[in-house]
Design a protein around this ligand. Structure first.
Ligand code: ADP
Ligand SMILES: O=c1ccn([C@@H]2O[C@H](COP(=O)(O)O)[C@@H](O)[C@H]2O)c(=O)[nH]1
Length: 211
């Protein structure tokens, strides 16, 4: 019997609805043994850099992430060992001093723009999902979210989108769609897709005798 946790990767562009999809899966399995790891929390620590340098970082490039640490943490969770998850501060563009102790669970959702880009991460996943939403919707959603929740101005969001987010999406994120087992259009409000996904996850959990 295979008693390793199930790992589900949820990728997609910024504002595509990854967090909403992840939350829907989490809610469906609430009460079961499930946890979420956000790839964003694994942005490289930039505490040694002055703020003006941090503002120049390309946060949509694969090299912005500490995937080494993320991979090590997933390996530990697969062995049912606890991890100390880093905490990322979007207003300071670096890790905070805090970490969160995360206990291992049977279902692990790993969510982020580039989780399907790294082959080692992909190889750990039982189900790979790409949330596919048109660019016009993604920029509108991001604009609202970054101004309301991440302390950004209208001009900074637009400039970052045109200069970095859009080209990096086309170069690195969009191509990872080909690795996905399931492509979910429009994100977390797609109840049919979420229900189908929940059924598949239940089947895997039953095969592993977790349910
Ligand atoms: N299908 C949808 N229709 C309308 N709004 C949505 C939909 N999916 C997500 N949103 C909203 O768009 C914003 C970005 O979604 P989120 O899940 O945080 O995206 P991501 O994690 O991919 O950046 C959030 O405010 C969310 O409530
Ligand atoms: O310091 C930072 C770190 C990240 N970003 C942007 O965040 C998005 C990824 O988050 P989503 O929740 O998937 O939208 C990425 O596109 C980065 O551009 C940032 O602006 N600053």
């Amino acid at each position: 019997m295979d008693h390793k946790p199930v790992i589900i990767g949820v990728a997609g562009g910024s504002g595509s609805g990854k967090t909403s999809v992840t939350n829907s899966i989490y809610e469906t399995f609430k009460g079961h043994s499930i946890l979420v790891i956000e790839q964003d929390y694994y942005y490289k620590d930039q505490g040694h850099l002055p703020m003006e340098e941090r503002l120049k970082t390309n946060y949509d490039h694969p090299l912005a992430f500490d995937n080494e640490l993320l991979y090590k943490h997933l390996e530990k969770l697969l062995r049912y060992e606890a991890i100390k998850k880093p905490v990322y501060d979007y207003t300071r563009h670096t890790r905070s001093d805090k970490t969160i102790v995360v206990e291992p669970k049977d279902v692990i959702i790993i969510e982020g723009i580039l989780v399907l880009e790294d082959e080692r991460l992909r190889n750990l996943m039982d189900i790979k999902i790409f949330v596919d939403t048109d660019a016009d919707l993604r920029i509108i959603r991001r604009l609202i979210r970054d101004m309301e929740e991440r302390g950004r101005s209208f001009d900074s969001v637009i400039s970052q989108y045109l200069n970095v987010v859009r080209p990096m999406h086309n170069q690195f994120i969009e191509p990872t769609k080909r690795y996905a087992d399931i492509i979910i259009p429009e994100g977390g409000h797609n109840h049919v897709a979420i229900d189908l996904l929940a059924t598949k996850i239940k089947t895997i959990l039953e095969q592993k005798s977790f349910l």
